[in-house]
Write a protein that binds this ligand. Structure first.
Ligand SMILES: CC[C@H](O)CC(=O)C(=O)O
Ligand SMILES: [Mn+2]
Length: 343
């Protein structure tokens, strides 16, 4: 392991973390969190609806704060770092990206399912023309073998991505799974490689270290681990762990701990722990953003959320298929022959 290495941290409390507060951040909270992260020295501060630009909708959940207000508040609070946005082609559009750039975004992560990098060519090209630092972000990477992941990473690189991310969106990977995928991408591309973890199997920090050992130089985290499913890598913990392991991050350990404890913790809806359903997300390999939709469907059809998740995993459902959760729950309820609320 190269212990002299500089690791770039991306904080996504104000994007992935938004799932854990039902997308209810206020302008004041966004300013305080973005400002605190910036003062602590975080390089990339991601702000968007949990499902990216234009994610606020009936399907994905409404944001309390309008996208433009979120971005402007964060842009004002960030002095040194880069305001970063997430874009899923198909949810967000090129117009949303251009608007985000006008609001002050300096970087964008263009995310696709791990086998569908080709849908991002236009978005990556336009992001580059807008002068944004552009990440290609491969979601649900556990669903593809390393050869496929590296093939898709090369596509992103050919479109002009500056950084390629391997994302364990389901929090389903073991450290060896991370190493083989990240290692394959590191060997295949010339640009830096990053890793985004979910903590559904309590492995987010361990998997982040595995990614570094395989050659990654960008890592994601969130204050108190706030995020979809059981959350992401806890950034204040990661900062301390990386320091102990001899890596440089440029992040002030005390300051990031203070943001987590004084700014983020008071607004959390519940402690970010590995409850049974998030654990099942990781075990069954299901997209972490499905959690809240699954809880709702389980309540409606009087089912155990774990049974719905096992079925979603068996059917290999991917991000964007949120509407299928209710269908699956309905079918499970029918099979059980029990009463349900599906009227
Ligand atoms: C909605 C985008 C997606 O959830 C990105 C992400 O954080 C992940 O794949 O884990
Ligand atoms: Mn995520």
């Amino acid at each position: 392991m190269n212990k002299e290495k500089m690791i770039h941290l991306v904080d996504t409390t104000l994007r992935d973390g938004s799932h854990a507060v039902s997308h209810e951040y206020t302008v004041e909270q966004i300013s305080a969190i973005a400002g605190g992260l910036d003062a602590a020295g975080v390089e990339y501060i991601e702000v968007s609806h949990g499902d990216g630009l234009a994610g606020s909708s009936f399907n994905y959940g409404w944001s309390l704060t309008r996208e433009e207000d979120m971005l402007i508040a964060a842009a004002k609070a960030i002095k040194k770092g880069k305001l970063t946005v997430l874009l899923l082609p198909g949810i967000g559009t090129v117009e949303n990206l251009e608007h985000a750039a006008r609001c002050g975004a300096k970087a964008v992560r263009v995310a696709t399912h791990v086998t569908e990098a080709d849908i991002a060519e236009q978005h990556i090209g336009i992001a580059k023309k807008l002068g944004l630092k552009t990440f290609g972000f491969l979601m649900m990477s556990h669903m593809a073998p390393p050869e496929k992941v590296l093939e898709q990473a090369k596509l992103f690189e050919s479109y002009g991505a500056d950084i390629i991310y391997v994302a364990d969106s389901a929090g389903a990977m073991l450290p060896e799974d991370v190493k083989v995928r990240v290692g394959a991408v590191v060997d295949a591309v010339k640009v830096p490689v990053g890793f985004h973890a979910h903590n559904n199997l309590s492995l987010a920090t361990a998997n982040s270290l595995a990614a570094l050992e395989a050659g990654a130089s960008f890592l994601d985290g969130t204050c108190r681990g706030l995020g979809a499913g059981a959350g992401n890598t806890q950034i204040e913990v990661l900062t301390g762990v990386l320091d102990k392991a001899g890596y440089q991050t440029g992040v002030d350990f005390y300051k990031i701990m203070d943001v987590a404890e004084e700014v983020v913790e008071p607004i959390m809806h519940r402690p970010q722990v590995v409850r049974n359903a998030p654990l099942m997300l990781g075990y069954a390999g299901v997209y972490s953003s499905f959690l809240l939709h699954t809880y709702r469907a389980a309540e409606k059809f009087r089912l155990d959320p774990r049974d719905i998740l096992v079925e979603l995993g068996r059917r290999r459902m991917v991000g964007g298929q949120e509407d299928m959760i209710v269908d699956v729950a309905y079918q499970l309820a029918q099979k059980k022959g029990g009463s349900h609320e599906g009227r």
